[in-house]
Design a protein around this ligand. Structure first.
Ligand code: GGG
Length: 354
């Protein structure tokens, strides 16, 4: 699903560090992109605002200007992390959730893999979580009412055939391009038979919609989300590509990150038909903000995923190979990976290997 690379002389990249360690790791990814030289078109970075801090300063979490510049001027974007409060704040709504909807970035693609001790060796964990990115409980239709028995809170969970079909198509496409060609559909349709039932049935039907039998080689398995988490921890090697509604996909990818050492290693892209935005899976990590020890590798890998999605395979591969080397050598790592190095030292190590 690469966008055309032919006409671009420059690559306009929206930079939205947002909150917390996003402000530390996104500049590192930017430096890594800059170091790719002629392997990509000349990058032009456009700094854009969003996040809780932006809200506290301006009263708006996702300025219209950010959306407009991304839509009208940028080829792609890098997003850091958001620190939305856990309590309702009048006028505030999560800007990352809103941005995914505004730009119709309907697929959140999260590869989770361990770096093998030797280059070329098979990794023990090597899977991709394909998360639906626009609906489920994240439509954020919540309400609270007062009843005679106390407060009652409700949330709408939206699953549509359209969104399930398009995420299913992406998942089959990704599975088909991998060597194992195995897809697991994650749901809980033994309890949520209408919503998860629709997701499951719609994804299952995807191969029958293509006349050329292009997904014939993909094997399909189904797994209830709770047992998927159990099996993920017991036997991660059984999973190749997992496709899930929004909330399950969010939780599963954080859980899978525990298997590869740190959330600080796991990248993602938010992809739509016309735009792609790289984003580390980790959050804003308020406990380590400002200490200079946040792990930049997930952001650098997110930049690689973004470039690969746009068709810049050589640049993307160079970033991934440099990160693989740094992880494999294990001499320059941040504390989340039991190292003692700073964000800047890890970035310098990556740049030296590019
Ligand atoms: N980069 C992923 C990230 O920011 N994760 C935290 C998250 O999802 N936050 C949602 C929010 O704070 O609105």
């Amino acid at each position: 699903r690469s966008l055309s690379t032919t006409a671009r002389k420059s690559l306009k990249i929206g930079i939205i560090p947002a909150d917390g360690i996003g402000k530390e790791v996104i500049p590192a990814a930017k430096a890594a992109i800059e170091a790719l030289g002629s392997d990509i078109p000349q990058p032009e970075f456009i700094d854009l605002l969003a996040g809780w801090e932006t809200f506290t300063k301006t009263g708006v979490a996702l300025p219209q200007e950010t959306i407009d510049v991304l839509r009208n001027e940028c080829d792609c974007a890098l997003f850091g992390s958001v620190s939305s409060p856990s309590k309702k704040v009048v006028g505030y709504s999560s800007p990352i959730v809103a941005l995914r909807k505004e730009l119709d970035l309907y697929a959140n693609i999260r590869p989770v893999f361990s770096v093998s001790p030797e280059a070329g060796q098979k990794s023990t964990v090597d899977l991709v979580v394909v998360r639906e990115n626009t609906e489920c409980l994240y439509v954020k239709q919540e309400q609270q009412i007062q009843t005679e028995n106390g407060k009652e809170a409700r949330a709408t969970r939206l699953i549509t055939e359209r969104a399930s079909k398009r995420i299913g198509q992406i998942a089959f496409e990704i599975a088909n391009a991998r060597s194992r060609k195995h897809l697991t559909i994650i749901h809980k349709s033994n309890v949520l038979s209408i919503t998860d039932g629709l997701f499951r049935e719609t994804v299952r039907k995807v191969p029958s919609l293509s006349a050329d039998g292009k997904y014939d080689g993909v094997t399909v398995m189904e797994q209830l989300v709770d047992s998927a988490v159990y099996r993920l921890f017991r036997e991660p090697e059984i999973f190749d590509v997992m496709v899930a509604p929004n909330l399950y996909g969010d939780i599963l990818s954080d859980a899978a990150a525990a298997l590869v050492g740190s959330l600080g290693l796991v990248p993602s892209i938010n992809a739509g038909d016309n735009f792609v935005m790289g984003e580390p899976v980790h959050g804003s990590a308020p406990d380590i903000v400002g200490k200079g020890i946040s792990n930049p590798l997930a952001s650098i890998r997110s930049a690689a995923l973004m470039l690969r999605h746009l068709g810049y395979t050589k640049g993307a591969d160079r970033l991934d190979v440099a990160v693989d080397q740094v992880v494999r050598e294990a001499t320059t790592l941040t504390p989340d990976l039991n190292g003692k190095s700073t964000t800047q030292e890890v970035l310098t190590a990556v740049l030296a290997r590019l």
